[in-house]
Design a protein around this ligand. Structure first.
Ligand code: CMP
Length: 141
């Protein structure tokens, strides 16, 4: 099934000029970028995005980091894109991420882990809609 998933290139990666290198990984994996923009989130926007983590011990640090600089947000479309993108990213903690994954190659730490991806069809639908209106998404096949 062709799916859409929400991707974020986080502040640590934008700051280190890794946008192009990470976009290349998406395209090499046949994940099509069908929507994209650069934004700098405020606390309210980041808290809303990560609402499921509210109350966890790392929540404040997560919001502080995600508002520390601009990010690239994009919608990736492709066959089984949700799980395939998660495989491409590797495990959340770069120390656990397999060789050749985005986080293994670029991430600095569990917090500064370079990329985010939706973890299920339900969160993909919510997260895509959180950042993009329907007329900002350009599906292709
Ligand atoms: P992400 O996929 O964006 O979803 C939530 C983020 O919280 C996750 O990537 C990590 O960067 C961060 N995170 C998860 N667990 C922890 C933790 N134990 N300590 C600090 N940050 C965490």
């Amino acid at each position: 099934t062709i799916e859409k998933t929400l991707s974020i290139v986080k502040p640590d990666a934008v700051d280190r000029n890794l946008i192009g290198a990470i976009y290349q990984r998406f395209e090499n994996a046949d994940l099509k970028i069908v929507a994209a923009k650069m934004i700098h989130m405020n606390a309210e926007k980041a808290q809303g995005f990560y609402a499921e983590h509210e109350g966890k011990p790392f929540f404040a640090d997560l919001v502080e980091f995600m508002t520390s600089g601009p990010v690239m947000v994009q919608v990736l479309e492709g066959e089984s894109s949700i799980t395939r993108y998660r495989e491409l990213m590797g495990k959340t903690n770069p120390e656990d991420a397999a060789c050749g994954t985005i986080r293994s190659d670029f991430a600095l730490s569990l917090r500064h882990n370079s990329v985010h991806g939706s973890d299920s069809p339900e969160s993909a639908a919510r997260e895509v809609a959180y950042f993009f209106a329907d007329d900002e998404i350009f599906p292709r096949s």
